[in-house]
Ligand binder design. Structure first.
Ligand SMILES: *Cc1c(COP(=O)(O)O)cnc(C)c1O
Length: 372
């Protein structure tokens, strides 16, 4: 059995260090924010090439607070993609603002920068590109449009810890950027966690207030805030794991290379990387019109797969009020219908990657034989 992801083998490889870090938190009885979280914040900001990291309790909270720090509220519009995890759009709705979707570039599955300008109105405040599957959106073009229209850019970097674009880290290019440390992400906590990174001190100060009930000192609440604080156990685990992130991302890149090589003549479409981008392959998708059959074929061969994501946000019933309908974003809808995520995690063996690729190729031969 080759699973889609495997968190247990990573824990096994770090057990001593992780157990020690958790025990230290329990011993200290400093369970929320505190020195462990501050130490992680400093290291993560450094890693992301930003001045500040503000630790929060999920990627969704990070997005919500980044939008609030950018001044987004009711009546405003935020330009983003429908081809993303739903949290991107949910966070925009929490502020009372309207998500305005644009289609993806089908080659990268990231926001198509050439479609952003025509979506801008007098109410647009923010552009929120998503670095989907670990590959950066075309940030130079996005920042250029934002500059011309005086808009704030918030990167949804929840899948892109350590990714690079023209030498810069994901998270360092927009005015603010949001990370999720959901356990299955490239840098995953042992529970819920997230962070906002920025180099703007005013944004960082405001986000630290907002995550802690709007207080600037204990029991002095300057504004309406939230309980979005990171737990110390998560900070301690993340600080241990951050040291290994580059090695893990390198392993993912090697697996992606092997997949690309082994699938070069297979009858499935692969993603192209945005020019100048260096993906960290959070997800490795293939695309085929026979997606559901391929998934069953791999399942029968003992290979776990996933679909990221089967229904674009604009077609979710909970988002009907946005007024979109089927056909509005053809590339997004086609990708959702055809995508299938192959096993991808650092601890995969090269042999397992080849085995998965072989199985994908066998499916194509079989289906070609049946329907010539
Ligand atoms: C995981 C994810 C989020 C949300 O993060 P949580 O920590 O689960 O709240 C937001 N955006 C994208 C693109 C994600 O993949």
């Amino acid at each position: 059995m080759i699973p889609l992801v495997d968190l247990k083998s990573q824990y096994a490889s770090l057990k001593g260090e992780i157990d020690g870090a958790i025990a230290d938190v329990v011993q200290s009885c400093h369970f929320i924010l505190g020195p462990q979280v501050e130490a992680f914040e400093a290291e993560f900001a450094d890693y992301c090439q930003t001045r500040f990291a503000c630790a929060v309790n999920s990627g969704t909270s990070a997005l919500h607070l980044a939008l609030l720090a950018a001044g987004v509220g009711p009546g405003d519009e935020v330009i983003t993609v429908s081809y993303t995890f739903v949290a991107t759009a949910a966070a925009i709705r929490y502020t009372g603002a309207q998500p305005v979707f644009v289609d993806i570039d089908p080659r990268t599955c990231n926001i198509d920068p050439s479609q952003i300008e025509s979506a801008i109105t007098s109410r647009t405040k923010v552009i929120m590109p998503v670095h989907l599957h670990g590959s950066c959106a075309d940030m130079d073009r996005i920042m250029e449009v934002a500059r011309r229209h005086n808009l704030i850019v918030i990167e949804d970097a929840a899948q892109a810890h350590g990714a690079k674009y023209r030498g810069r880290r994901a998270g360092s290019m927009g005015h603010l950027a949001c990370f999720s440390f959901y356990p299955g992400k490239n840098l995953g906590a042992y529970g819920e966690a997230g962070a906002v990174v920025t180099s703007d001190e005013r944004h960082a100060t405001l986000i630290r207030q907002l995550r802690d009930h709007g207080q600037n000192e204990k029991y002095h609440h300057e504004r309406l805030g939230y309980n979005y604080r990171m737990e110390a156990i998560q900070g301690a685990v993340l600080k241990v794991k951050l040291k290994y992130l580059d090695d893990w991302n390198d392993a993912r890149r090697r697996h992606a290379e092997t997949y690309r090589h082994e699938l070069r003549n297979a009858d499935v479409r692969l993603l192209e990387e945005t020019e100048g981008s260096n993906s960290v392959h959070h997800i490795f998708p293939v695309f085929t019109q026979e997606r559901d059959d391929l998934q069953r074929h791999l399942q029968a061969a003992g290979i776990g797969t996933g679909i990221h994501y089967p229904i674009p946000v604009h077609l979710q019933s909970g988002y009907r009020e946005l007024g979109y309908s089927a056909g509005d974003f053809p590339h997004t809808e086609r990708a959702a219908d055809e995508t299938l995520s192959l096993p991808m995690y650092p601890e995969l063996t090269p042999g397992a990657v080849v085995q998965v690729a072989d199985s994908v190729r066998q499916f194509r031969r079989k289906s070609v034989a049946v329907h010539p």
